[in-house]
Design a protein around this ligand. Structure first.
Ligand code: SAM
Length: 214
């Protein structure tokens, strides 16, 4: 465990700070969450490398830098209720849970959701709820949210997610083509999203009623 801590600190020093991640809370969370536990055992030696990794079912855990950028763009202060679409391994949810009050994370693949739930519980995260459903529809019974993070790629930000975002809230999502997207940050002002474009990226598709058809 001590060795992994050293490797995590080095990941932050060599991959995140030089590329402009500044938020101390985000850097601390990235130093703390044991990413090697969120990847299959056979990939553990690569857990802190600068790459996305397979987590089974044709899905991936995002590159550490991408997880850090998305988290920084959410501008978390500590009291937010967050909705994440695409729980995958549960890693990003753990990072968010370090920095916010409550995280709802949705996954469409039951086996991934089960694995994430078990691991997050074993690590003691009590402020994360994992839900299995089509995340493109959001989570209307828990809405509205202060922040929404989409970790799979869609041609457009799904409309139900915009409706379920609080006024002044922030949504971050990879938007674009099947193999090439741009990370969009949208802030809800007077009911509409004011959007900024950030880094280019490649995510697995967001499959569902308001995403790509499965
Ligand atoms: N955040 C994850 C992590 O930290 O491991 C990585 C997410 S992975 C890049 C994208 C995930 O989105 C996949 O697990 C995929 O099954 C899920 N997904 C795709 N469409 C979805 C939908 N409509 N609702 C919920 N999850 C969805």
């Amino acid at each position: 465990m001590e060795d992994f801590k050293v490797i995590r600190d080095s990941m932050v020093k060599t991959q995140l700070i030089p590329r402009g991640i500044k938020d101390e809370g985000v850097l601390d969370a990235m130093k703390k969450v044991p990413r090697h536990l969120f990847v299959p055992e056979s990939s553990r030696h690569n857990a802190y490398e600068d790459m996305a990794l397979s987590i089974g079912e044709g899905q991936t855990i995002s590159q550490p830098y991408m997880a850090a950028v998305m988290t920084e763009l959410l501008e978390l202060k500590g009291d937010e209720r967050i909705l994440e679409i695409g729980a995958g391994s549960g890693y990003q949810a753990a990072i968010l849970a370090e920095l916010a009050k409550k995280v709802y994370t949705i996954e469409r693949i039951t086996s991934l959701a089960d694995g994430a739930l078990k691991l997050l519980a074993s690590l003691g995260y009590e402020n994360i709820q994992v839900v299995v459903c089509d995340g493109t529809k959001g989570l209307s019974d828990k809405a509205p949210f202060d922040r929404i993070l989409v970790t799979a790629a869609a041609p457009e930000i799904p409309e139900p997610l915009v409706s379920q975002l609080n006024e002044g809230g922030i949504i971050v999502a990879p938007v674009g083509e099947r193999f090439s997207q741009v990370l969009i940050k949208g802030k809800k002002e007077k009911g509409l999203l004011v959007k900024e474009q950030h880094t280019s990226c490649v995510f697995v598709p967001l499959i569902g009623e308001y995403g790509l058809k499965g």
